[in-house]
Design a protein around this ligand. Structure first.
Ligand code: SF4
Length: 234
């Protein structure tokens, strides 16, 4: 059987990747971006060999009916894979809820899978300006696609959150204000700040550098005011 999607790895039990749900996470191999804060660099190469056979994942899910609520398609970037919707359909037909983690690459593909998805975790990497976004995703200009995907989510009835990893090497507190104000004005209701944990090559960023975003009461108070749901993940 041919794999509908290329899998880089599987987490069999997670309570943190799909809000209020117990889920398995399937990590799609391949990502068009090179975020400096990426902890999943091994998933970036779309031409790498499969680490996991789809059929085996389905067999595993068969043993988890009634134990897991859902399955999260994460990455890498799931929208890179043309077989994503057929993979999601197969899991959905087994009775599992579907979560999707994405940065919004390929909005046309997002439009195709959105009707099959119960929740989306949408990564916003930087203020929505070409220059800043390009730095945050490693040098490519995909801001138009990100904005289109955000628009699709806002127009859909699908539950979603936006979240930003606060890498102090590329984002300032002023940047977080800019991101949040733009998202709130667009109609985003749920926003989360995630702590950056230095990648192996980063020998200079201190914990205090990473914490500064969460210790700024002016910023966190502002975010609590403008979003019905706001929290930090550290
Ligand atoms: S989008 Fe995700 S997987 Fe891709 S480079 Fe960025 S952090 Fe890594």
């Amino acid at each position: 059987m041919v794999n509908p999607v290329k899998i880089g790895g599987v987490e069999t039990f997670s309570t943190v990747d799909f809000p209020d749900k117990i889920a398995a996470v399937v990590f799609m191999q391949g990502c068009p971006w090179r975020c400096p804060f990426c902890h999943n660099a091994f998933l970036q190469d779309g031409s790498a060999a499969d680490n996991f056979i789809w059929e085996n994942f389905i067999k595993f899910l068969n043993t988890r009916r009634g134990i897991l609520d859902g399955v999260v398609f994460s990455g890498g970037e799931p929208l890179m894979q043309n077989g994503l919707s057929s993979a999601i359909r197969e899991v959905r037909e087994m009775g599992f809820l579907i979560g999707l983690h994405t940065g919004g690459y390929r909005p046309q593909h997002l439009a195709e899978v959105l009707p099959l998805v119960d929740w989306v975790g949408f990564d916003i990497k930087a203020p929505l300006s070409e220059e800043k976004y390009k730095i945050a995703i490693g040098g490519v200009n995909h801001l138009k696609e990100v904005k289109e995907s955000l628009h699709l989510l806002l127009e859909s009835k699908v539950d979603f959150e936006c979240r930003t990893t606060c890498d102090p090497r590329i984002l300032t507190i002023a940047d977080i204000y800019a991101i949040a104000d733009e998202l709130a004005a667009a109609g985003v209701k749920k926003y989360f700040l995630q702590k950056y944990r230095p990648v192996e090559s980063d020998k200079t960023t201190s914990d205090a550098d990473c914490e500064q975003f969460f210790l700024d009461a002016g910023l966190t108070d502002h975010l609590r005011k403008i979003f019905p749901v706001f929290d930090v993940r550290r």
